[in-house]
Design a protein around this ligand. Structure first.
Ligand code: GDP
Ligand code: IMO
Ligand code: MG
Length: 429
């Protein structure tokens, strides 16, 4: 048995939550491997909506063991909130099913404050972060002054580590941002308030997954953010501070590469981006407004309106190749029912010249003019379709076009937000 990875092919919010929820039904383990509560993964079950930010989507499936891997950054407050909220909604065994890696880093209040101070000081050059302290927490991890989950249980080490981290941080707060400094004792006190919640969850989650794979248990690795937000491969500097791509899955979950089986790339039938940065196919007209309205394109984490545009096959082919995508999940096809004609970007021109592949240069990315192929719309409701053959011909053509451009088969076409509103296919079966 190998692990299946689900990851986003664009700038996030592709519908990874609903895809993972569907796959969780047949998984023993669902693991988050990167990012933190900058994510917002939505699962609709009938009239009920669940949005998880830190916990894996598998938490809303009874019996599934869920792991928060070493590559994740953990807000203790959000951990407590999400566990509490799921318990209130009937998932009474969530604490027993949730495992938290002792190597995962903790998002401290000063990380959140630093994220906010930096963003507000950037004025017109903001990155548009989620202000959840993600960047500063990963910075401390790389700088080797981070606080890890295991430190919560060793007060002496915690105090020493905090003093070291704060000696620099407080200089920044006081001298650069004119803000209040942080006190190590208060932070120790604050963290100790989460000890009881965390203690039974702490585990070597990589070992749990490796043991599960050895015992032929199905494992699902749930990507957060997405390939174009990857710190190495995305639209830097308008990216997050982790590696949502396939490499991050291996590092952040703690399993070897040969254990990876299918890599499912999730893409919407159009494109969205929340936050700043280049977006070649962005629409500024009423078609963009229609996509935002019909697709309810408001961020699941910050509530910000998502920028909308046409599906970009240049970037999708790049991210699919980069991650070795073996299957595609195409989401929100129903939203395209609202537009008369569909454009798909099939090439880039940079300053009048056609370019091959995805530009490496940031300047080029900002100067891209998309080359479009126009496809006919279908203009009818498709929310009831459960087989590819139920789709109108133009929708089938669109789906086949995406499949052939990416060069990987579709395993899921979603036609509405609810759990059952999807066409599920088994490539190769
Ligand atoms: P994630 O971050 O990739 O998990 O995606 P989000 O949950 O942030 O955003 C996806 C949004 O689209 C959520 O509100 C979902 O309920 C919704 N959604 C997912 N699939 C579909 C679909 O096929 N059709 C429609 N109309 N909405 C969908
Ligand atoms: P899911 O998992 C969409 C974006 C932010 C910002 C950039 C950096 O729901 O797809 P950060 O707070 O990570 O330092 O912000 O990344 N971003 C997301 N956009 N979906 C997400 O997660 C995102 N996580 C981060 O908007 O542009
Ligand atoms: Mg989201």
């Amino acid at each position: 048995m190998t692990a299946t990875v689900v990851l986003g092919l664009a700038w996030g919010d592709e519908g990874k939550g609903r895809v993972c929820d569907a796959l969780a039904a047949d998984s023993s383990y669902v693991a988050r491997y990167s990012g933190g509560n900058n994510a917002g993964h939505t699962i609709r079950v009938g009239e009920e909506e669940f949005v998880v930010h830190l916990l894996p989507s598998g938490t809303v499936r009874e019996g599934v063991v869920c792991t928060i891997g070493n590559g994740v950054v953990v807000s203790p407050e959000v951990l407590a909130e999400e566990v509490g909220s799921l318990e209130k909604r009937g998932f009474t065994d969530v604490r027993q099913r949730l495992k938290l890696d002792g190597r995962a880093h903790v998002i401290m209040p000063y990380h959140v404050a630093l994220d906010r101070e930096r963003e507000s000081s950037l004025e017109n050059d903001k990155l548009g972060t989620t202000n959840r302290g993600i960047g500063p927490c990963y910075e401390d991890k790389a700088a080797r002054v981070g606080i890890r989950v295991q430190d919560v249980f060793d007060e002496k080490a915690l105090r020493e580590k905090l003093s070291r981290a704060l000696s620099e941080k407080n200089c920044l707060f006081e001298n650069v941002y004119g803000a209040e400094p942080y006190d190590a004792d208060e932070l120790v006190q604050w963290l100790s308030g989460y000890r009881e919640l965390m203690e039974p969850m702490v585990a070597d989650t990589g070992m749990i997954l490796r043991d599960g794979l050895r015992d032929h248990q199905p494992v699902l690795l749930e990507g957060a953010q997405a390939a174009l937000l990857d710190n190495d491969h995305g639209t830097y500097p308008f990216v997050t501070s982790s590696n949502p791509c396939i490499g991050g899955a291996i590092t952040g979950a703690g399993i070897p590469p040969q254990e990876i089986g299918d890599v499912i790339g999730v893409t919407k039938a159009y494109a969205t981006r929340v936050g700043d940065g280049p977006f070649p196919t962005e629409l500024f007209d009423e078609v963009g407004e229609t996509l935002a309205d019909v697709g309810h394109e408001y961020g699941a984490t910050t509530g910000r309106k998502r920028r909308c545009g046409w599906l970009d096959m240049v970037s999708t082919k790049y991210t699919a190749a980069l991650n070795g995508v073996t299957q595609i999940a195409l989401t929100k096809l129903d939203v395209l029912s609202a537009v008369e004609e569909i454009q798909v970007c099939v090439g880039y021109e940079v300053r009048g010249e056609r370019v091959e592949g995805y530009p490496m240069s940031q300047t080029d990315l900002h100067d891209v003019t998309p080359v479009y192929k126009t496809l006919p719309g279908w203009g009818e409701d498709i929310a009831h379709c459960r087989m590819r053959g139920d789709l109108p011909e133009a929708a089938r053509d669109f789906v086949e076009f995406v499949e052939s451009e990416v060069g990987a088969p579709l395993c899921m076409i979603s036609v509405g937000p609810e759990r059952d509103q999807a066409i599920v296919e088994k490539p190769g079966a």
